[in-house]
Write a protein that binds this ligand. Structure first.
Ligand code: NAD
Ligand code: ZN
Length: 251
């Protein structure tokens, strides 16, 4: 792994517009399982609770699963070393932006400054009628379904449900940054979720070098990845930070 890390670090130093693209795998070491694969979320919960039509027709049932999963269980998760190293890289000017498929807010909590949230953010709730947006700690979610304080309509977590489109601004900024990147770091994504999975190939088509960190090969590994570093996000990125002499006391 060390030769690969040296090579990756030399690419970081040579890069002018490095961008990161992250998936559920980067938050696994924070205790949030991925959706797919071994002990994935869909082994235990029914994914239709995140289907937008089901949510509107069964708000009580959907909300009780959403509450247990995203707020009681994962709500207390903290950023891990991988989030912090990327945050520090951004603060030091090595990383232009982070495009994430995750909805857990952990990049921001780990110090990241520019994050394009391709699938929204579970820490915010939005009114399905008047658009009022509130941070989770400002809302009482003990009574379900959660209703808007202003117009009494249904509140919905501000992440993208199955059957919903990608938020326009995040979509445009993500593809724009991917097209302009000279180095794209892919961390912890299977590459199965569309249209997010198109981002690495869009970067590559426009000349970016693609580095991937994952304990398992993904859909990207044999198609777009130029340098595959097999391993857990936290372990690999800690080695990268050490190699770059980043201020580890901040991590
Ligand atoms: P995925 O669930 O399809 O795949 C996870 C990937 O992470 C796999 O390739 C796996 O090998 C890898 N992985 C596992 N442990 C890892 C580790 N320690 N370090 C690095 N990689 C590791 O993830 P996906 O492609 O992001 O797609 C799932 C979708 O579900 C995403 O769009 C995302 O929005 C959503 N999701 C989000 C969260 C979250 O916010 N934390 C959690 C689960 C799912
Ligand atoms: Zn409202």
């Amino acid at each position: 792994m060390l030769g690969e890390i040296d090579f990756f670090v030399s690419k970081i130093y040579a890069s002018k517009r490095m961008v990161a693209f992250t998936g559920a795998g980067i938050s696994v070491e924070s205790g949030i399982p991925s959706f797919r694969g071994e002990s994935g979320i869909w082994d235990k919960y029914d994914s239709r609770n995140l289907d937008i039509e089901y949510f509107y027709s069964n708000p009580d049932k959907a909300w009780s699963v959403i509450k247990e999963l995203f707020y009681d269980n994962f709500g207390k998760a903290k950023p891990n070393i991988a989030h912090k190293v990327l945050g520090l890289m951004q603060q030091k000017g090595f990383l232009k932006s982070i495009i994430t498929q995750n909805i857990d807010n952990l990049h921001q909590e780990g110090g990241a400054l520019i994050v394009h949230e391709f699938h929204g953010n579970s820490k915010y709730l939005v009114c399905t009628k008047c658009g009022l947006r509130r941070y989770i700690s400002e809302v009482n979610i003990d009574f379900l379904p959660v209703l808007c304080e202003k117009c009494n309509s249904l509140l919905k977590p501000d992440f993208v449900f199955f059957g919903e489109g990608i938020p326009r601004e995040a979509y445009e900024k993500s593809f724009n940054d991917a097209r302009n990147a000279d180095l794209l770091l892919v961390v912890g994504s299977t590459g199965e979720v569309m249209p997010a999975a198109l981002i690495p190939s869009e970067a590559k088509r426009n000349g970016a070098f693609i580095v991937e960190i994952n304990p398992q090969p993904s859909n990207f590994t044999n198609s777009v990845t130029d340098l595959f570093i097999k391993g857990k996000a936290g372990e690999v990125l800690l080695n990268v930070a050490k190699q770059m002499g980043l201020m580890l006391e901040n991590i």
